[in-house]
Unconditional design. Structure first.
Length: 272
């Protein structure tokens, strides 16, 4: 890793080089997780728990039939109508998490061979007619597959959840700010925008540029500044727990965001 004293770390980001790197990676869970496939289950469970907490916060403000029903079990089982898996890779998060909380998922992934795995998978909606056999509940989950980077993705749907994980490090600060603004505009009235990313542990509090995969690992402070610049309110932040210490992984934090018109206090809760 390296950082420059004459320019900001994100100025080194090169999208073509990043795509070249990811195209050299195998289209497997091991490839998606940088050689640490053993953390996948812990990660997915942590994501599910985080979203459940956020949905409980959101339900406090809702006055629709979900909250007036008075049965927490009914509310908990109700799936979100449409979610987006951004930087989806081969669909690990859609397969292991989003399928349980969304009726429909759109995926955004710039690497063609990764998107192809999703397209050919069982979760992708097949446009076939005349099938009378019963389908599994999760079949037909993925509707749209956008083969593009987040810096170029312009949402055309309205989403209850836009999930970004281990991908926004490939955007410059400016690109991330404008992307978050576009994503926020694509949320439904009670929609949620989530980023789950590594945090820099640089002793001088700097973002760190990784020349191997052409990405930037940002500090918690940097993320919060970008959220503010994008006009977003941070409604909860939480550190992912449970990764084996001997792996020496960077801290991972989830951020739940809404447009500023929704009044919430910022919460940073690293402990379960």
């Amino acid at each position: 890793m390296s950082s420059s004293t004459t320019s900001t770390p994100d100025s080194n980001i090169n999208h073509a080089s990043a795509l070249q790197y990811w195209n050299s990676m195998p289209a497997t869970v091991n490839g998606m997780l940088g050689g640490f496939p053993q953390v996948s289950r812990i990660d997915l469970r942590g994501s599910a728990n985080f979203l459940a907490k956020i949905r409980r916060l959101i339900q406090i403000e809702q006055a629709d039939t979900d909250t007036t029903a008075g049965q927490s079990g009914q509310r908990k089982s109700k799936k979100l109508k449409r979610g987006a898996d951004c930087g989806a890779g081969i669909g690990r998060i859609t397969e292991g998490f989003l399928r349980n909380v969304c009726e429909t998922v759109d995926v955004v992934e710039p690497v063609e061979k990764f998107a192809e795995v999703i397209r050919n998978g069982l979760l992708t909606r097949k446009k076939e007619e005349g099938n009378s056999a019963e389908e599994r509940e999760d079949e037909g989950l993925v509707e749209n597959i956008y083969i593009t980077g987040l810096e170029n993705w312009i949402p055309t749907e309205k989403y209850d959840l836009i999930w970004n994980q281990w991908c926004v490090g490939h955007l410059t600060d400016s690109q991330l700010t404008t992307y978050l603004q576009r994503a926020a505009n694509a949320l439904t009235a009670h929609g949620i925008l989530v980023l789950k990313e590594n945090n820099s542990t640089d002793p001088e509090g700097r973002d760190i540029y990784d020349e191997v995969d052409n990405s930037v690992t940002r500090t918690d402070e940097s993320f919060r500044k970008i959220f503010k610049d994008a006009g977003l309110t941070l409604i909860k932040a939480e550190e992912q727990l449970g990764f084996p210490r001997h792996l020496g992984l960077l801290p991972v934090r989830s951020y739940a965001l809404r447009p500023n018109k929704n009044e919430y206090d910022t919460v940073d809760a690293p402990e379960e």
